[in-house]
Design a protein around this ligand. Structure first.
Ligand SMILES: Nc1nc2c(ncn2[C@@H]2O[C@H](COP(=O)(O)OP(=O)(O)OP(=O)(O)O)[C@@H](O)[C@H]2O)c(=O)[nH]1
Ligand SMILES: [Mg+2]
Length: 335
């Protein structure tokens, strides 16, 4: 991507911010890093910066890695990064609300520092947390993905803690979602069956060096088959592959990458990639609207809601909603 060419949309971009955007599109790590801080903090002009960034993004593969705490997601991500680098691809990694330390460009800090590619300039790590995001973590995550994409990363990996515990809905963020589970997780899997089946494009049964990996694989397979039998649509279906991995030793990682590739191929062959991109666009737009809407509503509540001695909650809600309704109706009048 040649960013500083004539195509850059400079509208609303002042000096410093324009330098950051141009530097990012030029592949400068420091510029990317600073730009991400700027957009995470929602500093003035971030929206104009994102507009310029967005126009240059859209080429990266976006892969989500999710699963229960401690399943080995970060260890696996580290090995997946290694493999992609061996294939000559550049990689961005985003850890959302990491429960394990994750800093300075290395997954898990010192635990994996020696083996990780923290010194590799072609790998860019960033961790994001809901602290200081003002509730906009999901919105900021979309933006950071685009920034890494426009920077020129071939693959962006996003690690989130799984099963609905996270603010970021990994399905609306990633093209391919890998759910990481571990041997003996049968009960957890049963409990979250519907949610897991819905989101997983690929399963990794990690810690396959421990007992019970094959049993867990069988349980997952059974669950997928039952779900498949219940589905009577004629559409070509994707059967999520189940890969056994031992992330600590890098075993099963090649097969996992093949599964990612197969899923991507399925998405492109069936035309579902563009469908999903259209859906994601709307979801992303909604996320940005929602992030700011609640601040607007807060202002109305502060100004219009009655005290609890003076009214009931429904009348109070109506007082807040009435100006919003009026504005929406005036806007859509005649549509
Ligand atoms: N035996 C075994 N241990 C593993 C394997 N993969 C990861 N671990 C260990 O599991 C622990 C948790 O690994 P992480 O990679 O931090 O797991 P995580 O899913 O990222 O954890 P959170 O981000 O805290 O949810 C670490 O002690 C790892 O060394 C594996 O394949 N086998
Ligand atoms: Mg982790």
């Amino acid at each position: 991507v040649s960013g500083s060419g004539p195509g850059l949309d400079r509208d609303g971009l002042d000096g410093d911010l324009r330098d950051l955007v141009e530097g990012t599109l030029d592949g400068q790590q420091l510029a990317l890093s600073r730009l991400i801080s700027h957009i995470e903090d929602r500093k003035p002009g971030y929206r104009a910066a994102m507009r310029a960034i967005y126009r240059e993004s859209g080429d990266a593969r976006i892969i989500g890695i999710t699963g229960q705490p401690g399943a080995g997601k970060s260890t696996l991500v580290d090995k997946v990064v290694d493999r992609y680098r061996e294939q000559g691809l550049t990689v961005g990694v985003i850890a959302v609300d990491p429960s394990s330390p994750y800093s300075g460009g290395s997954v898990l800090g010192d635990r994996i520092r020696q083996t990780s590619r923290s010194e590799d300039p072609e790998v860019f790590f960033r961790s994001m947390s809901s602290r200081g995001q003002g509730g906009g973590l999901a919105a900021a995550t979309f933006d950071v993905i685009h920034a890494m994409d426009a920077f020129g990363k071939d693959v962006v990996l996003i690690e989130t803690v799984g099963a609905g515990q996270n603010e970021v809905d990994i399905v609306s963020v990633a093209e391919t979602v890998c759910v990481v589970t571990i041997p003996g997780a049968g009960d957890d899997i049963q409990a979250n069956k519907a949610g897991i089946l819905e989101i997983a494009d690929v399963f990794a049964v990690n810690k396959a060096d421990l007992d019970g990996a094959h049993t867990t694989r069988k349980e997952l397979l059974q669950m997928i088959r039952i779900g498949n039998d219940l589905d009577d649509s004629d559409e070509r279906r994707w059967m999520p592959p189940i890969e056994l991995t031992t992330a600590t030793r890098g075993e099963g990682v090649d097969e996992l990458l093949e599964a990612f590739d197969d899923h991507y191929e399925f998405l492109t062959d069936t035309g579902r990639l563009s469908e999903e991109r259209a859906a994601r666009f709307r979801q992303e737009l909604r996320t940005h609207v929602d992030a700011e809407l609640s601040a607007l509503v807060d202002r109305l509540v502060a100004a219009r809601a009655p005290d609890h001695e003076d009214g009931d909650p429904h009348t109070g809600a109506e007082a807040v909603l009435a100006p919003l309704r009026a504005a929406v109706e005036a806007e859509l009048d005649g549509d």
